[in-house]
Design a protein around this ligand. Structure first.
Ligand code: GDP
Ligand code: MN
Length: 393
């Protein structure tokens, strides 16, 4: 789960990490009042679950409360499109108004779990700021990594090491090492999957400050952080992923494909994506209905798949155990009739009540081709795609 910058900075403050003084505003008038209270130069920042705001007009340094009000008015209510959002962008409902920082140097620091090492790893670079992706791509040697230890944490020695590698001024070394240790505690204590500070700033008077803050929380650990779970902002999420989440379905949108995949189980999802590729196509998404899907959830699953404009054909691959084929079939038929969806479907059903499921589909009058198994589904899909391509010429 993602949270907003202002929420991440609240957490940072609780862990003793210096951030610029700031306030949240939901109206332009509030932004003006905040700028008046802070005084002097302030920065107005759109609060969205996406980076790249600086290059997209979502971060503005201004000199007066009047300008802060105008900057906020220009952001609030719009959908901000950055290189990290889809083409529709994400809605700006809040802005942060913060004391402007006199920046001498922009550094980069993040913590993630390294899947190979199985430990939290600090990634840092002297080349922080808005072009970090380019640094990572073109000069990866400018990013260095220091591993923590799941039992021992991050040793003070390692924290000092990172501070030294970041080449911060001598007088800021101690504060930087402390900041790094605290950042590591933020990561571990809150069960984060990502903590990122870009930029970590050295100010004109050699103070170290977290100018930006990004925290991703591990969904599977949220049950033990009720206060953090409350920070959820569903408005920032993809609408279909949100709908799937609230129906307890696992939906993943994939780029560029046209085959909508409905499956039960993660392993079957992977196999289904493989056969889709084998058939010469790409998945547009996959939706995992899980083990014990009731009819209402199947109907919602189908509605979600057909709401994805890129889907041209649907591949249903079911290995029914606890989930029953007839329930899934009836759910699909109900939802297809309700939505008026006319997309062709290739359906492989095995397991509990598979025959009854096939009968329901066959008698539905919908454009459904039954396949005996996974391999059969691949062939039917390939033929369907070939004839669709031929028909279009
Ligand atoms: P992001 O683009 O969404 O990651 O937003 P950031 O919070 O990282 O801000 C983007 C850039 O705006 C930073 O890299 C800075 O160069 C600039 N910026 C942000 N806050 C300030 C500030 O207080 N003073 C100055 N001078 N620049 C700032
Ligand atoms: Mn940033």
């Amino acid at each position: 789960m993602n949270i907003h910058e202002y929420q991440a900075k609240d957490i940072f403050e609780r862990f003793g990490i210096p951030v610029p003084r700031g306030m949240v505003a939901t109206t332009a008038a509030e932004a003006r009042a905040a700028a008046e209270e802070i005084g002097g130069e302030v920065v107005v920042k759109a609060q969205v679950h996406a980076g790249g705001r600086g290059k997209a007009g979502g971060v503005k340094v201004v000199n007066t409360p009047q300008e802060a009000e105008e900057a906020a008015a220009g952001m609030l209510g719009i959908n901000l499109v950055t290189h990290q959002t889809g083409p529709d962008g994400v809605p700006v409902r809040k802005v942060m108004v913060a004391e402007a920082t006199d920046i001498k140097d922009e550094l980069y620091i993040s913590i993630i779990v390294d899947g190979d090492l199985g430990v939290p790893v600090i990634i840092a670079s002297t080349e922080g700021g808005m072009d970090i992706e380019e640094v990572a791509e073109k000069t990866p040697d400018r990013l260095f990594r220091v591993a923590g230890d799941p039992l021992l944490g991050l040793s003070p020695y390692h924290a000092r090491d990172v501070a030294a590698l970041l080449e911060v001024p001598q007088s800021a070394q101690r504060a930087t090492a402390a900041l790094i240790s605290n950042l590591y505690r933020v990561f571990v204590d809150n069960d984060c999957s990502l903590v990122e500070v870009n930029p970590l700033v050295i100010t004109g008077d050699d103070q170290v400050v977290a100018l930006d803050a990004k925290i991703n929380l591990e969904d599977d650990a949220l049950f033990r952080h009720k206060d953090l779970a409350a920070l959820h902002d569903p408005e920032q999420e993809d609408e279909l992923e949100r709908r799937a989440g609230s129906a307890d379905l696992a939906y993943v949108k994939l780029d560029g494909g046209k085959v909508g995949c409905m499956v039960n189980g993660a392993g079957l999802a992977m196999a289904t994506m493989d056969i889709t590729k084998w058939a010469g196509a790409d998945p547009a998404n996959f939706l995992d209905i899980g083990g014990s899907a009731d009819q209402g959830r199947i109907e919602e699953a189908f509605r979600i798949i057909v709401s994805d404009d890129e889907v041209e054909i649907i591949l249903v691959n079911l290995f029914a155990g606890i989930a029953r084929s007839d329930v899934v079939a009836q759910g699909i038929v109900n939802a297809a009739k309700e939505t008026g969806a006319t997309l062709p479907m290739v359906v492989a059903m095995r397991g509990t009540n598979a025959e009854e499921g096939r009968r329901i589909l066959n008698e539905s009058g919908l454009d459904i081709t039954a396949a005996p198994d996974l391999a059969g589904a691949a062939e039917v899909l390939r033929d369907k795609l070939a004839s669709a391509a031929g028909g279009a010429q």
